[in-house]
Ligand binder design. Structure first.
Ligand SMILES: Cc1ncc(COP(=O)(O)O)c(C=O)c1O
Ligand SMILES: N[C@@H](CCOP(=O)(O)O)C(=O)O
Length: 467
């Protein structure tokens, strides 16, 4: 499989090169040159397979030409071996028609592990094969950072620098990152929002000499490998609920638009997903876009679902590219105007095409607490604030009877104990292996929102590269 940039000015690349590059050299995001489509018989053949096997088969078209099928299979087996649930991503019915797809049984208790554990394997393999090393720079609103750190800690050929917005993650999320004292792991608490962190990461990639010198690589969902590794769980869930004979809907608590885009990709591959429901907190730019074609940035406001405190959703560019008929020049122009004016001018017919499939929903903090309370009371289900928004979104946009809704349950409630306790009176405990999290030493640097300052710190850490 070859990949092209949404901005049309970077050379096409294979999967391994896309993995290492992260962002395309022209500032765009990589997309498959064409979409693989599975037939109904091919979907049926995946039904009931162990998750690692299913994941390898679903991802195979994306890695074709870069990785032999057996190598990929070995990696998926290793990636999911350490998960805390035999089903890897179990599907739990929480009310009529609504099912939680629990994606939080990995080492850091959030859905990011589903892709990141595999990315760790992929980086190992490709870097060893090429005899190269990389400096990973990542932005996190709380979960990507710890999942990346967990997947890449103690690697000789990878340095990891993660930027999180100072004071805007939960304490558990922050400590999961900052208490990892491995020599190749570095945390920066940025005086700004997640959007500022993500802007700085992109700015480092767009600084060509710096990017080259540091051999930068990405673990955010700007990296296509992240999206590809998030497709299989939608396939597994849909098959379990009767696909390909029976259509399903998918509801996703959304921030950077990566997780819901992965569901869109599954649909593009022929999985019968009837609708995609996008849940938002008060940072509701995507819901506003879907309701009235208003994609304007209002500034990031803190909420009880901090991982979704995002206004500029990177992966929207991938959908835009498709909505504009893969017109890279129009995509570039639209993205540049968005950056310059803070408002994205999406043509009306493209917006209508989006709204035929995507439905938006916004929930306040009070609504989120009420939803956590309701799920606990009526379904004996303990949801974290992000998952609660997904469930409320599913209920608000529930399709006709007979079409089940898969809700991406994106984090374990123990990552957000204060919110869950406030709603239910019950404080979910961390698993025993994390019981001493609050007693562990933390290490991180606090930096202003300034590219030069951040690049200096990255350079300092990546200097190990030349030894
Ligand atoms: C717990 C949780 N839920 C939802 C989201 C939003 O997912 P996405 O950024 O893929 O839209 C995130 C962060 O990405 C998250 O960590
Ligand atoms: N919510 C994320 C933000 C980054 O998203 P990503 O999927 O692009 O890595 C987080 O928790 O860090």
């Amino acid at each position: 499989m070859r990949y092209v940039s949404t901005r049309g000015q970077a050379p096409a690349r294979d999967f391994s090169s896309v993995l290492l590059a992260g962002l395309a050299e022209d500032g765009g995001l990589f997309m498959p040159e064409s979409w693989p489509v599975f037939s109904a018989a091919e979907w049926r053949a995946l039904r009931g397979l162990p998750y690692a096997e299913l994941a390898a088969r679903v991802m195979a078209p994306f890695t074709e030409g870069s990785l032999p099928g057996d190598t990929l299979r070995l990696m998926t087996q290793r990636a999911y071996a350490g998960f805390g649930h035999a089903a890897t991503a179990p599907l739990v019915q929480i009310e009529p028609q609504i099912f939680a797809l629990e994606l939080f049984h990995g080492p850091t208790l959030a859905f990011k592990d589903m892709a990141m554990q595999l990315l760790g394997q992929l980086f190992d393999h490709v870097l060893a094969e090429r005899g190269e090393r990389v400096t990973i720079v990542g932005a996190t609103s709380g979960d990507t950072g710890s999942a990346a750190i967990e997947a890449c800690r103690d690697r000789d050929n990878i340095d990891v620098v993660i930027l999180h917005p100072e004071g805007r993650t939960s304490a558990v999320q922050r400590r999961q990152m900052t208490t990892v004292l491995s020599p190749n792991i570095h945390n920066i608490a940025l005086q700004g929002s997640f959007d500022d962190c993500q802007d700085l990461v992109k700015a480092m990639f767009n600084d060509a000499p710096f990017r080259q010198e540091m051999r930068l690589s990405a673990v955010n969902s700007i990296n296509w490998a992240r999206i590809a590794a998030q497709v299989p769980y939608y396939v597994a869930a849909a098959l379990a609920l009767g696909a390909p004979e029976r259509p399903v809907a998918v509801a996703v608590p959304t921030g950077n638009f990566g997780n819901v885009l992965a569901a869109w990709v599954a649909r593009r591959m022929g999985l019968p997903i009837e609708r995609l429901i996008v849940g938002a907190n008060r940072n509701d730019i995507l819901a506003r876009f879907l309701a009235s074609n208003d994609m304007s940035v209002h500034g990031v406001a803190p909420s009880l679902s901090p991982s979704m405190d995002i206004q500029v959703s990177s992966n929207f560019e991938r959908l835009l590219f498709e909505l504009l008929g893969r017109d890279a020049a129009a995509t570039t122009d639209t993205m540049q105007r968005f950056r310059a004016e803070g408002r994205m001018p999406v043509p009306d017919e493209a917006w209508r095409r989006a709204t035929a499939l995507f439905h938006g929903f916004t929930l306040s903090d009070e609504g989120t607490l009420e939803e956590i309370r309701r799920l606990h009371r009526d379904s004996a289900y303990l949801a974290d604030p992000h998952t609660a928004i997904g469930v409320a979104a599913a209920r608000a946009h529930r399709p006709e009877k007979g079409i089940p809704v898969i809700v991406a349950a994106t984090a374990h409630p123990a990552k957000f104990p204060e919110a869950v306790e406030k709603a239910t009176g019950f404080r979910p405990p961390l698993p025993p292996r994390m019981a001493d999290l609050y007693a562990r030493e933390e290490r991180f640097a606090v930096l202003p929102n300034d590219l030069e300052a951040v690049e200096a710190v990255v350079r300092g850490h990546a200097r190990r590269n030349s030894h």
